[in-house]
Every structure is written in C-alpha cells, then in structure tokens.
Design a protein around this ligand. Sequence first.
Ligand code: CP
Ligand code: NVA
Length: 323
Amino acid sequence: MVVELKQSVFKLKELEGRDFLTLADYTYKEITYLLDLAKQLKIQRKRGKTVHLLKGKTLGMIFEKSSTRTRVSFEAGIYQLGGNGIFLSSKDIQLGRGETIADTAKVLSGYLDGIMIRTYSQSVVEELAEEALIPVINGLTDRFHPCQVLADLLTIKERKGAFQGLKLAYIGDGNNMAHSLMLGSAIVGMDIAVAAPEGYQPEEEVVLKAKAIAANSGANVQITEDPKGAVQQADIVYTDVWASMGQEEEQAKRELDFAGFQVNGALMNFAKEDASFLHCLPAHRGEEVTTDVIDGKASVVFQQAENRLHAQKALMVALMGVE
Ligand code: CP
Ligand code: NVA
C-alpha cells in the first residue's frame, strides 16, 4: 500500500534543491521541519506503509572513505522512497584517477537527482555543490558530519522530548562530530560542553560560529579540557573514536593523549541519573568508551544508528523534491 504523505507534509519551499553541506547553513525552522518529517516517515515505516515520495529519482553516493551506516541508510532510504541509489566508490570512478570535481559534478548532474559525498576535505564538498546543478549532501568530511547530527537530534528529541534546557557533553576529539554537534546544539537551543585534550580542541572558527548561533537561540557553548566538569549535570553524554578515518597512523599517540577522556561508569556518574549515552559509531570498546557504558542501560546507540535512515529520508524528500 502506498501512503500519500504529500497532503499531510507541509512543504518547506526553501529547502527544495538546496545542498546540505553543514548545519551552519540551516535555521531552527528548517531543522525542526526535517525532524518532524523524519518522525512522520519513521511512523509510516513502523506501520509497514510505503511512502514513494521520490519515485523515479536517483541518488549518486560517492565514497572516498569506508562506511556502514551512511552507505546502507542512504541506499535503503532512497529505495524505500521509491527511488534508486548508486554506490560510487572513488576507487572505481574517474574522480579517483584525476578527473576534476567540476567535471564530475557537471556530468553527474545530467544523470542524477542528488549526490551524497563522503570525502576528506570540506572544500571538495563545497566545490562539488558549487558546480553541480542538483542537491549535494555531505556524508562526512574531516570537518563536519551533519547527517549524523540530524539523526542525533531526532534521537535526543525522542528520548528527552525537547531541546531547551538540555545539556549535551561531548568527550574526546574536537573533530567532525564535535563540530557538527556544536552547530546542531546551538541551532536547537541545547547547551553543549566539549571536553577535549590540549591540542585536540575544536577549530576556533567553528566554536565562534556555534557561539554566534547560540547567542540567538539561548544555548551555551563551552569548550574545556575537563571531562568531569563537562559531564556535570549532562542529559546526554556523547563520544567518538580517538583516531578518525585518515588518522590511523596516529592511533598509538592518540591512545596516550586521550587517556583521561574515556567515557566509563565513573565519568557517567557525574551526569544526570537519567542521562543517555550516544556514539555515532563505529565504536572502539575499551578506548573512548567502556563496554559497560555502550552496552548498558543509558546507551541509545542503536536507536541513534537507526535514526540515520529516517532523518536522511526526510532530508532527501525535502531537498530532492516531492513530485
Ligand atoms: N556514523 C557513521 O557515519 O557511520 P559509518 O562510517 O559506518 O557511515
Ligand atoms: N570522527 C569519525 C566519525 C565516523 C562516523 C571519523 O571521521 O572517522
């Protein structure tokens, strides 16, 4: 049975045809719209209903790094919406042999309705978006991971009901996850404290941007080197791997540098009693998080991973258009 969501989905015109490169480009109203649409799509899926809002549409998915969640949730998501996804490993397409981003963007624009890209430099995603005639979605760069945070916000809303008055503590590397979480929290009005060791703090430019957004939403953005202080009174405790993709050779050094930044039972005790634990995954048990925490009762990491599907379906519907 095909469910007609069209009438019930209030369409946000300003999202049609847009790129999704960083959360900094999106307003509270737009993020709220995406979260509401994701909720509706999730309900329909749980009821076993088919919602073919992207019938006949094709998403190209360029991967220059590995992925489980991003690849499978985008591919399954577009399929569930009546469209198709094409997995494009950079090892197999001419981009990996030196064809320019600009030429790739122009060629793919003739075949596809949207492009998702996972790559190293944010500037590659920006150039692709600049040159493409179709929406470009950032599926992770060294700097940002906005799709993950969209799913994280959906998860937090499901667990906690509202964002205002909540505190998220991010413990670990001031990386792509820390950056996107700071921006996402600032937009929705949720306080965030990032605890990272010296030398691994988030980029100053992103901190300033998050603080500027937070000044309007009423959120507080705090950067510290003290994990206990950050976790104090937190509603959500979040961590990520110490060595991200592309930093594998730094693993041993990072294990030493991040030694005091593990999310374990002792650290969780500083958070609120009903605090939830989130992790974008993949996780390294025994490094950034202990098994008892990630597999314990506070952990919502698999709900969070599932929400990638629902959040990104909403994103694709909003950007790639409802016919
Ligand atoms: N969280 C996340 O993006 O996972 P993958 O690397 O498996 O896509
Ligand atoms: N910071 C991690 C996130 C993985 C989803 C990385 O970039 O590898």
